[in-house]
Design a protein around this ligand. Structure first.
Ligand code: GMT
Length: 382
């Protein structure tokens, strides 16, 4: 199959997932064309069957906001036509589902129908999408997609609750490459971070408000008062300055390392003991899954799709959003009980194995096939 993939090329979960999905499909013999405004971060080496088409904005002094949507639409029309794509898969509804619809309509006037699949990732529904500035457009574009998937049952439910959706939404979970994310012996590295055998806590995110990184620091402070430990903060984003200020206020800067954006997250997860994810909204929690694959139990909030990934009392513990006291108490309980801790580590890996990319790729292939077979082709220009 010849598949066009549209996504955000940045470090966010949706872009990472879209890129890994495309690469996985290419390994299975499909031709995969990425169409984005810059090279996706995980598209960092040559791979057979993978193509990249850069979208370039028109630079004109009249534009306060360069019309990216228009440039992307034109690029899609071009790539679909000249690369003879069979299907377009767009990740994150805003603006990609709308752009795909417009490209489809333009191609239709030229006697060409391109089926489109939209994958909903989370904030495109739960935060941004429900904002009145976007709501009617997002609802329309989802209904005009030939196929719609969501990354968890929770996100599917949120979408149906918040929009008037006439389409079936297929749940296809986030996935993990177990070859890459696995426990590895990095003792020398662990010693450098925690020379006296301190426990290592870790949080990775894009430091947006929704991630509640300040809660991570509050949880850490409570744990630190009972158990010797260090905190690794991986990633960067708008909340970073606030979080740094908080670390200074509570006087724990020497125990907390800000590592910024990191390519090889798996090497950091390999030395971690506990992953903290106190998010205020989380459709799935790909970062938690990555930790679990490295045998790291998770202390998280119980919001959104997190209970579908992190199993209460099995792979970690879940608490109400903002309940940092309970999250810290659970972490202390777990880190202080060697038998329970060992069991949770092994459970975390077992749970991660359920989301093996090798099991999920065929689900997308099967879904694409279903969309191609059930799409009602209509060549009449309207
Ligand atoms: O987590 C983020 O803020 C990034 C965001 C994105 O769309 O780039 O991630 C969302 O998609 C991921 C992949 O499907 C999910 O695992 C994340 O849970 C989801 N984030 C939120 O819902 C906040």
């Amino acid at each position: 199959m010849k598949i066009g993939v549209v996504c955000y090329p940045t470090y966010g979960g949706s872009g990472v997932l879209a890129t890994e999905l495309g690469k996985g499909l290419a390994r299975r013999g499909h031709d995969v064309h990425f169409i984005t405004y810059s090279q996706p971060v995980r598209l960092n080496s040559f791979q057979n069957n993978v193509y990249y088409h850069e979208v370039r904005d028109a630079d004109y002094p009249l534009f306060q906001y360069p019309p990216y949507d228009t440039a992307l639409t034109s690029k899609l029309v071009d790539v679909v036509k000249y690369e003879k794509l069979d299907l377009l898969h767009v990740h994150y509804a805003i603006p990609h589902a709308t752009v795909a619809y417009l490209a489809k309509k333009i191609l239709l006037t030229q006697g060409r129908y391109i089926p489109t699949v939209t994958t909903l990732h989370g904030t495109d529904i739960t935060l941004v999408g429900k904002n009145q500035a976007f709501h009617p457009v997002v609802e329309f574009a989802i209904n005009k997609s030939d196929g719609v998937t969501a990354v968890s049952n929770s996100l599917r439910k949120d979408t149906l609750d918040q929009f008037n959706i006439e389409k079936d939404i297929r749940v296809i979970y986030n996935f993990i490459d177990l070859e890459r994310f696995r426990k590895a012996n990095k003792d020398h590295f662990k010693k450098a971070i925690a020379p006296n055998g301190e426990k290592i806590l870790i949080h990775t995110s894009n430091f947006r408000k929704v991630k509640r990184v300040e809660d991570v620091v509050h949880i850490f402070k409570r744990i630190y008062e009972k158990i010797p430990c260090k905190l690794l903060l991986v990633g960067d984003g708008p909340e970073r300055a606030n979080v740094e200020r908080l670390c200074r206020e509570i006087g724990l800067c020497h125990e907390i390392r800000f590592l910024g954006k990191q390519e090889a997250v798996e090497e950091l997860l390999a030395i971690a003991d506990l992953f903290l994810m106190p998010s205020g909204s989380e459709s799935f929690g790909l970062a938690a899954l990555e930790a679990m694959a490295c045998e790291v139990p998770v202390i998280s909030s119980n919001i959104g799709g997190l209970p579908e990934v992190n199993i209460e009392g099995v792979t970690g513990f879940l608490s109400d959003v903002g309940n940092v006291d309970e999250m810290a108490a659970n972490a202390i309980r777990l880190l202080g009980n060697e038998t329970m801790f060992k069991e949770f580590k092994s459970n975390a890996l077992q749970q991660a194995e359920q989301f093996d990319i090798e099991n999920v790729l065929p689900l997308y292939e099967e879904y694409y096939q279903h969309v191609l077979e059930t799409t009602v082709y209509d060549y009449k220009p309207r």
